[in-house]
Write a protein that binds this ligand. Structure first.
Ligand code: FMN
Length: 286
């Protein structure tokens, strides 16, 4: 990326109104190159991603790729498929978010779509195989500027709001405060997690630090996601696991840029959970 990743993270927002002009060839090429190398998640899942974009005067590539009116004017989509595996949704979230940050750095607008997209049409486009999942897609295009971009969905989802760090990050145990000063060099990766996008802006990530390890947990939102009637009827994927992968991406890219080395392991430290909606996902060992 050209700009510091923390700046790219702050700049990204869910763009739902785009200019009705194709993404120029150079940026299409750069994004496509990035996507073709974006093929293995941090937890080992194999995936593939493609940019489906209109060319000038020709929107044929996008025919049938509906977003139920939630997105205006997008001239491209990033579609992805991940092979089924125990951590497929987290890996998908990580890889797609990396692509989103790359597109943001190119100056493009993006919006995750895990609910409001025509699932079967997108699956057809990427020729989804039986052993693969495609839990979400991303709209991408040139950001429309001006008052017409006043974005009621963003306001409604209170997209600019984030939970305070005290409710998300802990020391030793759930509830144990982790002040920014105590987080030291990791204050910035944690802040990058706080600014991550999540389905319906629920921010389900909770991180407990014990010495040099950061243990990522998923605090499921009651009545939302896996097990809820809405998600079952609409055939939504377990999007809160995708959210955890997004958090991993923001954390790792920011840590690496700050010169903090580390690796991901799945080894439950068995920290006492505040409730049965909270589950362990993964740890960063610094
Ligand atoms: C996994 C996932 C799925 C999402 N699905 C949708 C969607 O179907 N439709 C939509 O308009 N926004 C969707 N969003 C965007 C979120 O509403 C948005 O990220 C959140 O409100 C935070 O706002 P921000 O992205 O502007 O920071 C999704 C986000 C994520 C991470």
């Amino acid at each position: 990326m050209q700009k510091p990743v923390i700046e790219v993270i702050r700049r990204r927002f869910s763009c739902r109104t785009y200019l009705d002009e194709p993404i120029d060839d150079q940026r299409q090429r750069r994004l496509t190159e990035f996507l073709s190398a974006n093929s293995v998640g941090p937890l080992g899942t194999r995936a593939r991603f493609a940019l489906i974009a209109a060319t000038s005067g020709d929107h044929e590539a996008l025919r049938g790729l509906g977003t139920y009116g939630f997105i205006k004017g997008a001239t491209g989509f990033v579609i992805g498929a991940a092979e089924r595996s125990p951590k497929d949704l987290e890996d998908f979230g990580y890889l797609m978010e990396h692509a989103i940050l790359f597109a943001t750095d190119l100056g493009l607008g993006t919006c995750w779509l895990g609910g409001t997209f025509s699932r079967s049409r997108f699956a057809e486009k990427i020729k989804l195989r039986r052993e693969e999942i495609a839990p979400a897609v991303t709209a991408v295009g040139r950001i429309a500027q001006g008052p017409q971009t006043r974005d009621w969905i963003r306001e409604r989802a209170r997209g600019t709001d984030r939970l305070p760090a005290e409710q998300l990050f802990f020391e030793q145990q759930f509830g144990g405060p982790l002040p920014a000063a105590a987080a030291g060099a990791y204050a910035s990766p944690l802040e990058a997690v706080r600014w991550a996008p999540s389905a319906s802006n629920k921010q389900p990530w909770r991180i407990v630090r014990i010495e040099n390890a950061f243990h990522f947990h998923l605090a499921r939102t009651p009545g939302y996601g896996k097990g809820s009637v809405l998600f079952y009827l609409m055939q939504f994927a377990d999007l809160q696991r995708v959210d955890l992968g997004i958090a991993m991406c923001h954390f790792e890219l920011t840590a690496r840029e700050s010169g903090l080395a580390g690796r991901w392991v799945v080894q439950d430290p068995n920290i006492a959970k505040p409730d049965d909606r909270t589950e362990y996902i993964v740890s960063w060992i610094g």
